[in-house]
Write a protein that binds this ligand. Structure first.
Ligand code: 13P
Length: 251
């Protein structure tokens, strides 16, 4: 699974042109699910434009209430039909916009309630890493995000390990770091919901992923895909990452 998080980039017009270009470069492979997370503004246009067998769509964020007096917000209920996935708890939401695990948990539940698949992001900051707190942070974010879900609901979700220090820095985590973090996350899910559920949860890595380093993660045990940010905005590079996933999936 390859999920491109465009963050706050591209106008509606630029997004549409970009997807047109991307569609000619990204080959549809049955063993790779390709998901695009454009700005909310572009979702209605792109949901009509994309061929769902080639690209699925994801929201980058939403509010957990279904409707009401929440000026400026949009809900999972409103996203239904436009997207299949929703990124929840991205570190930029946690650290710039002050979202806490209880907000993130409410969003995960709202997504599930409206049949959107959560892509729950977890990851430690540089400071937490230096202080040796990585395991504790991942534990708290996984438990905090997934509490109150049924095993059946958890089975379909996606978790992205995105160490904050690796995001947008060019300082990508080593495959060994990622392998350890992914093991820890899966063990945590197993502890909460059992081995079968833990095995079925897809876990991605994100943080300065590029066409050059993608294969090293895609061949790392336990890693089911990638969540590139900056490199998802370059059609050649993004399609090369999808190709790398296709090749890794064949092995
Ligand atoms: P970069 O790939 O730009 O580091 O961003 C990763 C990310 O935050 C994806 O959600």
């Amino acid at each position: 699974m390859i999920v491109g998080n465009w963050k706050m980039n591209l106008t509606i017009h630029e997004a549409s042109l970009y997807v047109h270009k991307l569609a000619s470069k990204v080959k549809g492979h049955r063993n790779v699910e390709v998901v695009l997370a454009p700005s909310l503004l572009s979702l209605p246009t792109l949901s009509l434009q994309v061929e769902r067998r080639q690209f699925k769509l994801a929201a980058q964020n939403f509010y957990w209430q279904d409707e009401g007096a929440f000026t400026g917000e949009i809900s999972a209920h409103q996203l239904r039909g436009l997207v299949e996935y929703a990124i929840i708890g991205h570190s930029e939401r946690r650290h710039i916009f002050g979202e806490h695990d209880k907000d993130i948990r409410a969003k995960v539940q709202a997504a599930v309630r409206h049949s959107l698949t959560p892509i729950l992001c977890v990851g430690e900051t540089a400071h937490e890493r230096t202080a040796g707190e990585t395991n504790g942070v991942l534990h708290d974010q996984v438990v905090g995000g997934l509490a109150n879900l049924t095993a059946e609901e958890v089975a379909g979700i996606v978790i992205a390990y995105e160490p904050v220090w690796a995001i947008g820095t060019g300082n990508n985590a080593t495959p060994a770091d990622v392998e350890n973090a992914v093991k820890l996350i899966r063990r945590q899910v197993e502890h909460l919901y059992g081995g079968d559920i833990a095995a079925s949860v897809r876990i991605l890595y994100g943080g300065s992923v590029s066409a050059d380093n993608a294969s090293s993660y895609l061949t790392t045990p336990g890693v089911d895909g990638l969540l590139p940010g900056g490199s998802s905005l370059k059609a050649d590079e993004f399609s090369a990452i999808v190709e790398a996933a296709h090749k890794a999936g064949k092995k």
